[in-house]
Design a binder for this molecule. Structure first.
Ligand code: PLP
Length: 463
């Protein structure tokens, strides 16, 4: 018999060692893919192996290829780390190993989701009786919400998509901003809705409400509009009040991708950015980004609880049972059947932060983004490309080559890491401040790294 307690205690030490290493290690690992293959690709032996030995070897072999993603020096994509309480709750979630599809698969896992639902509707200023689903990411959040939208807009047109499918039914129009996230397109594809019609966006990536009105007026039939809270490069917010009014006039379902930006609603200072967002029909947001819950964790919320359930339920009934609010089977609200009890880590994150801690996290990271923007524009040839309204900074140097060279030099130096993008046809660098540990110190380190990069002569690509 393995001593499980000893194994878990040793594993906790390995985990803590990794967290301790975040202070110092290069943010992106300096290892080749061949080296990683060599380390991990051992022949699968025939006999069982001692678990302690397995874990020890796994940790040692994986270590050189780990990104310091949970560190405050990581500014790539839109990522976030793991709040200690959320990380610990996530460990317990694995240990408890509840099947959170059904209430009987883990009553506490079911109830904790309902509690988080209430907290989130309140924190984010959304309708108090919106329904919730806990999914892997905003990608699947969009699939869930847009399935609900598809059900409802077709039902209003006299078509039962659950029974009759899409073939032969009315065509569903889907209108999206030019700068919607790519996951919206994939969600639509998975749902058989095809490619969306795009509506013009402004220089910050905000959907143009006037263009949306024109597009809505130019067609008819069942319609879905997708808006965005937090453009992935600029952090910009669509004008929800105007969009919601236009959508309502045309009986369209309004879906909001708020993967990170929706959390602005939790800050009294920033809440104005999401004005009108509560008028939408569905919302999605990640817990694994700005809330700093470990992967994978996201939330979908629907005002039209009946459509939400109709689109996702595994029972034939479209009716919410009387007791659905008390005894809730999660399978009825998400696309998965067996699933991880994602509610525990979100619950722990929210409790450990509290209302003021959540607002502080959101505001501080936005302050950090502004500090970075203020510093980076002082470098020669830097052009700031976005209004820094949130936690995202987008900038470039004079030429695409200079931009890519500076980014590569900073990435290779290893003190910080951020990713590149193409914005308005030109190469750009994007900084996302989403980690709970990032403070002025890490921002100044990033600025120093860019200063050093532009002073050093351009290096040949490392790889
Ligand atoms: C990250 C992101 C997504 C996708 O979210 P996942 O959690 O990776 O599935 C969608 N929309 C926006 C705006 C994002 O930033």
């Amino acid at each position: 018999m393995t001593d499980v307690r000893a194994l878990l205690q040793r594993t906790a030490d390995l985990a803590a060692d990794f967290l301790d290493s975040l202070e110092e290690r290069p943010v992106f690992p300096q290892v080749s893919v061949d080296e990683l293959h060599a380390a991990l690709n051992v022949p699968l032996q025939d006999a069982p192996m001692d678990p302690a030995h397995v874990v020890e070897e796994l940790a040692a072999a994986a270590e050189p290829g780990l990104v310091a993603m949970p560190s405050g020096r990581y500014f790539g994509f839109v990522i976030g780390g793991g709040l200690p309480a959320a990380l610990a709750a996530d460990w317990l979630t694995s240990t408890w190993d509840q099947n959170a599809g059904l209430y009987v698969g883990g009553p506490s896992a079911s109830v904790v989701e309902q509690v988080v639902r209430e907290w989130l509707c309140d924190l984010l200023g959304l309708p108090a009786d919106a329904s919730i689903g806990f999914v892997t990411g905003t990608q699947m959040g969009s699939v869930t919400a847009l399935a609900a939208a598809r059900f409802r807009v077709l039902e209003r047109a006299g078509w039962d998509v659950g029974r009759d499918g899409l073939a032969g039914g009315p065509r569903v129009r889907v209108l999206v901003g030019e700068q919607r996230h790519v996951t919206v397109d994939r969600a639509l594809r998975l749902l058989g809705l095809g490619a969306p019609e795009t509506v013009a966006a402004d220089a910050q990536g905000r959907l143009d409400a006037g263009a949306l009105r024109d597009a809505l007026a130019a067609g008819n039939g069942p319609t879905i509009v997708c808006a965005q809270a937090g453009e992935v490069n600029t952090g910009a917010f669509d004008p929800f009040e105007e969009i919601a009014a236009a959508a309502a006039e045309h009986g369209a379902w309004l879906h909001v991708d708020g993967a990170f930006g929706l959390w602005a609603a939790a800050s009294p200072k920033l809440r104005g950015l999401v004005r009108g967002v509560e008028l939408a029909d569905s919302w999605i947001t990640d817990a694994h980004k700005w809330l700093n819950v470990p992967y994978d964790s996201a939330i979908v919320l629907c005002k039209d609880t009946e459509a939400h359930r109709a689109a996702m339920t595994v029972s034939a009934s479209y009716l919410i049972q009387d007791d659905a609010r008390l005894v809730r089977d999660q399978v009825d609200w998400v696309p998965e059947f067996s699933r991880r009890a994602r509610g525990f880590a979100v619950y722990a994150a929210l409790r450990s932060l509290g209302r003021s801690g959540l607002a502080e996290l959101v505001e501080r990271t936005c302050d950090c983004a502004r500090r970075f923007a203020g510093g980076i524009v002082a470098l020669p040839g830097v052009e700031l490309l976005n209004d820094v309204v949130l936690n995202q900074v987008l900038f470039r140097f004079e030429s695409d080559e200079q931009t890519d060279n500076a980014l590569r030099a900073v990435q290779d130096a290893g003190d910080v890491w951020m990713s590149g993008t193409t914005w308005a046809g030109r190469r750009a660098i994007r900084v996302s401040v989403s980690n709970w540990q990032t403070r002025d110190e890490e921002i100044d380190l990033a600025l120093d790294s860019f200063r050093a990069a532009v002073q050093a002569p351009a290096q040949a690509p490392a790889r």
